[in-house]
Ligand binder design. Structure first.
Ligand SMILES: Cc1cc2nc3c(=O)[nH]c(=O)nc-3n(C[C@H](O)[C@H](O)[C@H](O)COP(=O)(O)OP(=O)(O)OC[C@H]3O[C@@H](n4cnc5c(N)ncnc54)[C@H](O)[C@@H]3O)c2cc1C
Length: 523
């Protein structure tokens, strides 16, 4: 009936991450990518947020850092809708940044997915998709001609203009903002002085600070890339007569700089000329029966620096749920929880990026006053909270019912665990992406309750210096499915654990497996 279990349309960060996660869970997906080879055109220069931790929890961060050539760094400053967030005043920046251009990230993810068993076909464009009760199909134009491939599920990771989304009839409501952004990579001639602190001294204009400068015509921004190249951007509030479909020219870019800065900025070695408008759109549903959406196909945010984090986290949330469904053990509603959780996360990201639109708009004194006031208020705890919101590290997926432990739905903290065989971290335990019951208070009755799920859930006993709960049930995407409060009586903790185990990980094993003396987890 089917050629493969899962077809992934699109080999961007979301599609490639999903391919790896499915492979980890024992499913071998087929990735169809219309580009003939790996992406070369630059897009994002890096990424940040919760996905950085998740990559560490998968044992991939060392490889990412090696590819980047730079360690993951706490972000000292982040632009937020015309305001500069200064995290250097906090003991620890809530945002950690990976400096890795998107083509190199995709190369790494592609290699990793292939090593794990994914098949990735470049030069295979999906022309149409369809579905029936049992399967989803893609009509593909490949190098050797058209063909059809059929699977049990198809995931559209095909970017903002997703054909899969349209074919599934999933609405993508929202709006396009009128401001025009123009972007290019340039070098500056010797007549422009690059100061040690990153600022530019431009003849006839004076000093331009690194980062974003607001003028009465818009925003001028620049930052250094590798090998001395600058990434320069203008944002103009008045849309003018820009033709969104025509390629941007150097003349158009220079005229935009002149309008925004009120003077010429001499540039050379110009590449990556592009023009875009911000969109705020979110797919109404992330699932339509056998077709699902992830990444930019599901959301477009009106601010930069957030797409990769959100899209790759969609993939991590979806991978194990899809594998559970294909494996025949998914409890009712598990696959639909992908939409509930990630639409919720996307909507939160939308809220903070739309707030950025409101903050960066307008040149009048009222708009300036709003920005100044906002900047003044952003210190201490509000600043830390906003940083966590941008990074998505504060996501707490809505729980299945009332009375849940405060940790339920949050990302599992990376505790250092002391065990009979030495220390180990939660991050290390998460490498295979299997569910974990972590008994932190020697609660044999909880371990005993979980033994009926031991074919699916690894059970570990350990102590931690700062125990956040007596026990944690951790999902493969590192979110906490259930937690036992400190000293919570067995009478309430045990049935709640059994309910969480069956609610997230399906039916317990049959009597034979249950009464066998199965080995416990590695710890
Ligand atoms: C200039 C620019 C700068 C950015 N900077 C940042 C940044 O600093 N940080 C950040 O996090 N994000 C940034 N982004 C956003 C980020 O690039 C996207 O969020 C990210 O690429 C989304 O990943 P994705 O896998 O969902 O989709 P995409 O990367 O768009 O990948 C979709 C893939 O699907 C393929 N495809 C499409 N249709 C078909 C089809 N019919 N058949 C087969 N294949 C198909 C495409 O060729 C593409 O490879 C930036 C974007 C731009 C444009």
């Amino acid at each position: 009936m089917t050629d493969t279990d899962v077809i992934i349309v699109g080999a961007g960060p979301a599609g490639l991450m999903l391919a790896s996660e499915l492979c980890l869970a024992g499913v071998r997906p087929l990735v169809l990518e219309r580009q003939p080879g790996l992406r070369e055109a630059p897009k994002a220069n890096g990424f940040n947020g919760q996905i950085v931790e998740l990559l560490r929890y998968r044992g991939l961060l060392d490889r990412v850092q090696a590819a980047s050539g730079r360690p993951v760094e706490p972000a000292p400053h982040v632009p937020f809708g015309g305001v500069h967030l200064d995290f250097s005043q906090l003991a620890d920046s809530p945002i950690r940044v990976v400096h890795l251009p998107q083509p190199r990230l995709e190369r790494l993810l592609s290699e990793h997915a292939r090593e794990r068993g994914a098949e990735i076909r470049h030069g295979h464009e999906v022309a149409a998709v369809s579905q029936d009760d049992a399967t989803a199909a893609a009509d593909v134009c490949g190098p050797d001609g058209p063909y059809r491939v059929r699977a049990r599920y198809l995931v559209g990771c095909d970017g903002a203009h997703s054909k899969v989304r349209d074919a599934a009839g999933i609405a993508f409501p929202g709006r396009t903002y009128p401001e025009v952004n123009r972007l290019a990579q340039v070098t500056v001639p010797d007549s422009v002085t690059r100061l040690d602190n990153g600022d530019l001294d431009v003849p006839g204009l004076g000093l331009i600070r690194a980062g974003f400068t607001r003028t009465d015509r818009g925003v001028f921004g620049f930052g250094p890339l590798a090998s001395g190249v600058l990434l320069v951007q203008t944002t103009e509030d008045e849309p003018g007569d820009a033709d969104d479909d025509a390629p941007m020219t150097l003349t158009e870019f220079q005229e935009s700089i002149r309008r925004v800065l009120g003077a010429e900025l001499p540039v050379a070695d110009v590449s990556r000329l592009s023009r875009y408008r911000f969109q705020a759109r979110q797919a109404e549903r992330y699932r339509d029966r056998r077709i699902l959406l992830a990444g930019d196909a599901a959301h477009q945010f009106p601010a930069t620096g957030i797409g990769i984090n959100t899209g790759m986290l969609d993939a991590v949330n979806l991978g194990w749920k899809l594998a559970a469904d294909l494996g025949g053990w998914a409890p009712a509603g598990l696959l639909d929880s992908y939409h509930h959780e990630r639409h919720f996360a996307g909507a939160r990201a939308m809220r903070q990026t739309q707030a950025q639109v409101a903050l960066r708009r307008g040149q009048d004194p009222a708009a300036e006053a709003l920005r100044e006031l906002f900047q003044d208020l952003l210190t201490g705890e509000p600043l830390r909270r906003l940083g966590a919101m941008i990074a998505g590290t504060d996501i707490r997926y809505p729980g299945p019912g009332p009375g849940q432990h405060a940790l339920t739905g949050t990302f599992a903290p990376d505790l250092t665990l002391h065990t009979g065989s030495g220390p180990i971290s939660v991050a290390e335990l998460m490498h295979p992406a299997r569910p974990i019951l972590l008994d932190l208070a020697d609660r044999p009755e909880l371990r005993e309750a979980a033994r009926d799920w031991q074919h699916r859930v690894d059970i570990h006993t350990a102590t931690a210096d700062h125990r956040p709960a007596d026990a944690l049930l951790i999902r493969p995407d590192a979110h906490i499915a259930w937690a036992a409060g400190t000293g919570e009586p067995a009478g309430t903790a045990t049935p709640a654990l059994r309910e969480a185990l069956s609610g997230w990980f399906g039916a317990q094993a049959g009597p034979l497996a249950a009464c066998d003396d199965l080995p416990e987890g590695k710890v």
